[in-house]
Structures are given as structure tokens and as C-alpha cells.
Design a protein. Structure first.
Length: 273
């Protein structure tokens, strides 16, 4: 893979002079993006608690867009015009895809993934036995763990540029409530629950409800229940409520979520899953 990394980096430096459709360039780029498609490589991962971005793979995706020509794809009565083909081979991959769902080639869906009518973009990775529910989207290069439930209408933001920007990471065993937005490289720790409508971005403070302590910006700790909230700030024009995320409950590590109990906790704070 080291040789492939070097080749992609060299092509990236020459990107302004490359000719779209060049077969030699295409071979290298397709090999790199193919590693993402089959799960042999990933754009980003957690190493000792820190996000490591493999920039050469993101460059390979951008080169693929530059080198590919627009094409028309017909699937039954549906027609698509795009530079990147749709993903396929779901049955042998052990993935269930409901009509209305689609994933781009260059994304990876592990065994047991279920896609309700939803969308997974190139470079994204969805872990084993994860449910991507109705109208949920997993953006480019986002990393979603195993045994996750992305509820209806959830938006997991994508990122291809700028360089070194960290993709969104949702760790294993997470439950993301309906209509949540997780964007700008935000992270949701293992086993955590986001109440419906929570907006988590890199600049949003995450606050402990018990102590008032600011725990992080854009990172929900593992094994907790977090909901959307506001905190007061005074400006020359008056006092306003700025968005934050509030950690309202700590969960027992390793214990599977009981949705009924979680909903009781969340309803007590005016929200649901």
C-alpha cells in the first residue's frame, strides 16, 4: 500500500495537468478507492483516542471526481447522471438495502448493515449490524461504527475538503435520535445516545448537566445520554441562548440500550429518541 500512497500523492501534486479519462491515472485511482469500497482501508480512524486522517485516500476520491466523466445509469425505472457509479453486490456482502436506498461506490457497508430509504456517500464507512433508517444520510468519509442506529432523518455530515479536516466519527453501539445533525468532524463516543433533534458540531459546547462543566467542543463522551440545549450569553444587543449539548445521564458501560427506559429519561427532559 506504501507504493500506492506515493503514487496518489504524486498524482495529486500534478492534478492541474492531468487529462480526464487517462487510463494510467484511472488505474491507480480506482485501485485506491477500491480499497475503501471493500473495507481494506478507511479515510479516518481512532488511534489511542485521537482521530488519524489518511489524507492520501481522500485525495484519491477527489482525483476520481476529476478523472471521471459524467455517465447515465439506469436502474429499473430510475435514471441517474453522475461521475461515480452506485455500489452493488449487496446479497453476497450480507447487506440489506430497501428500495429507495442507495450507496455510492467507494463507500463500505459491513455485514448486517440495513439501509432503509437512505443515502451513503463515497468514502463513508458503516459498521456491522448498523441500521441507517429512513431519510438518514451518511456523508462523504464519515465513519459510523458497528451496532449503531441512525434514526429517521439523521444527517451525518461529510467532508472531502479542506485538507486535514477530520470526518465525523460515530463510534460503536451509539443510538442517534431522529433528526439529529452530527457535522464538522464532531464525534459521538461509544455507547452514547443523542436525543432527537440534537445538533452536534465542532464548535458546540458539550456540558455536564450535574456540574455545569464544559466537557468538550463537539465530542460527546462514551456511555452517556445527551440532548440539545441552550445556554445564556450576554451581548451588546441583549441576552441570547446559544446552542449546546447537555449530558443528562451516564450509562453503564457495555450495557445495551433499553429504548423504553431511554425514552423515559429523555421525556423527563422534554425530548425523545
Amino acid at each position: 500500500m506504501t507504493d500506492l500512497t506515493v503514487q496518489i500523492d504524486q498524482l495529486w501534486e500534478q492534478r492541474e495537468t492531468l487529462t480526464p479519462g487517462d487510463p494510467d491515472v484511472g488505474r491507480v485511482v480506482l485501485e485506491a478507492v477500491g480499497l475503501l469500497d471493500t473495507g481494506q482501508a478507511r479515510v479516518a480512524e481512532l488511534v489511542a483516542g485521537e482521530v488519524v486522517v489518511h489524507e492520501w485516500l481522500r485525495r484519491a476520491i477527489l482525483l476520481l471526481f476529476r478523472q471521471s466523466r459524467m455517465d447515465t445509469v439506469e436502474v429499473g425505472p430510475f435514471e441517474f447522471a453522475d461521475r461515480i457509479p452506485l455500489k452493488g453486490g449487496y446479497a453476497e456482502a450480507g447487506v440489506r438495502v430497501v428500495p429507495g436506498a442507495s450507496a455510492r461506490w467507494g463507500s463500505f457497508l459491513d455485514r448486517g448493515v440495513v439501509l432503509m430509504p437512505s443515502y451513503v456517500n463515497i468514502g463513508a464507512r458503516v459498521g456491522a449490524n448498523t441500521m441507517v433508517d429512513t431519510w438518514a444520510t451518511v456523508g462523504s468519509c464519515a465513519q459510523v461504527g458497528a451496532n449503531v442506529h441512525l434514526s429517521g432523518g439523521v444527517g451525518i455530515g461529510g467532508v472531502l475538503e479542506p485538507p486535514q479536516a477530520a470526518p465525523v466519527i460515530v463510534e460503536d453501539d451509539v443510538l442517534v435520535g431522529s433528526r439529529c445533525m452530527v457535522v464538522e468532524g464532531a464525534r459521538v463516543g461509544q455507547g452514547s445516545v443523542l436525543g432527537a433533534g440534537t445538533i452536534l458540531a465542532a464548535s458546540v459546547p458539550v456540558i455536564d448537566a450535574e456540574t455545569g462543566e464544559e466537557l468538550s467542543r463537539g465530542v460527546v463522551p462514551p456511555w452517556c445520554v445527551a440532548v440539545t440545549a441552550t445556554r445564556r450569553r450576554t451581548f451588546p444587543g441583549g441576552e441570547f441562548g446559544l446552542p449546546c449539548v447537555l449530558v443528562i445521564r451516564r450509562l453503564e458501560q457495555g450495557r445495551r440500550h433499553d429504548k423504553a427506559q431511554l425514552n423515559d429519561v429523555l421525556r423527563a427532559h422534554g425530548t425523545t429518541v
